[in-house]
Design a protein around this ligand. Structure first.
Ligand SMILES: NC(=O)c1ccc[n+]([C@@H]2O[C@H](COP(=O)([O-])OP(=O)(O)OC[C@H]3O[C@@H](n4cnc5c(N)ncnc54)[C@H](OP(=O)(O)O)[C@@H]3O)[C@@H](O)[C@H]2O)c1
Length: 230
């Protein structure tokens, strides 16, 4: 299948691109930074902003599916990237007859997501980190979700929990609406999207995805996500 990947230069996007190429897909990798995605057979790199309708239309031409893993760091400022890119992508898809969309959101977008047994997370970290520091990001993810839901596309909203690095794909778990767990390896997030592309189990609904086989090293996760990524 020929697929467009938005956010292809990011930590999940790179894994998704690698896994998609390894599975025999052709990938159109969309990035704002020329040279940030290594050229390889089966891969076409398109430089453009996902919020720019003309750039988006050019990127998705001739594809059969669009996978969006683009993201914005937490901050105080109002975030619009998720919702504005969702509008550009879904309009271009409808116009060009590209039917299948998988867009990454977050477990936090499910208002009822409270992982079981995670008392410290549910009562301290989630209110502080996700509902406060991540407020503007999650507000825009919810706008993106609403935009996607209003379309006639075959969409899947993909909701991972806290992302961490793990070298291999594990026996990840998916569930409708959201999954009962705190963490998702980026390798598993990418693999779950490609599996859903084939299986179509969560069309026109949200798919939670979590990693249960391994847990992240918390010191490394805080360093990678909180310090190094800033
Ligand atoms: N971190 C977590 O714990 C967590 C939890 C739940 C969900 N998520 C979500 O999971 C997804 C993947 O996260 P990640 O950490 O792998 O990636 P990320 O670092 O959040 O972002 C990936 C890429 O998005 C691209 N991007 C941003 N704005 C863009 C724009 N206007 N046009 C085109 N590309 C744009 C950037 O690439 P260029 O600069 O090259 O364009 C960036 O490398 C994100 O949507 C994130 O919000 C994260």
């Amino acid at each position: 299948m020929r697929i467009a990947v938005f956010g292809a230069s990011g930590p999940t996007g790179r894994l998704l691109t690698d896994q998609a190429l390894a599975a025999g897909h052709e990938v159109v990798a969309v990035t704002r930074r020329a040279g940030s995605v290594a050229e390889r057979p089966g891969l076409a790199v398109v430089v453009g902003d996902a919020t720019d309708p003309a750039a988006v239309a050019a990127a998705i031409g001739g594809t059969e599916a669009v996978l969006s893993v683009l993201g914005v760091p937490f901050g105080k400022e109002t975030v619009t990237t998720y919702s504005v890119s969702a509008t550009a992508i879904t309009k271009a898809m409808a116009r060009q007859g590209v039917g299948r969309l998988l867009a990454v959101s977050s477990s936090v977008a499910d208002p009822d997501w409270r992982p079981s047994g995670a008392h410290f997370f549910n009562h301290v970290l989630d209110p502080l980190v996700n509902r406060r520091l991540g407020r503007t990001v999650h507000a825009d993810m919810r706008r993106m979700e609403a935009t996607v839901r209003r379309t006639d596309l075959d969409w899947t909203l993909v909701r991972p929990s806290g992302l961490f690095e793990h070298p291999v794909v594990t026996d990840f778990h998916t569930a409708e609406t959201s999954a009962d767990g705190l963490f998702t390896a980026r390798t598993d997030l990418a693999a779950s999207m490609l599996r859903e592309l084939e299986e179509r189990r969560y069309v026109r609904t949200a798919m939670g995805v979590i990693t249960t086989a391994v847990r992240p090293n918390m010191a490394r996760l805080l360093w990678n996500e909180g310090v190094k990524k800033k």
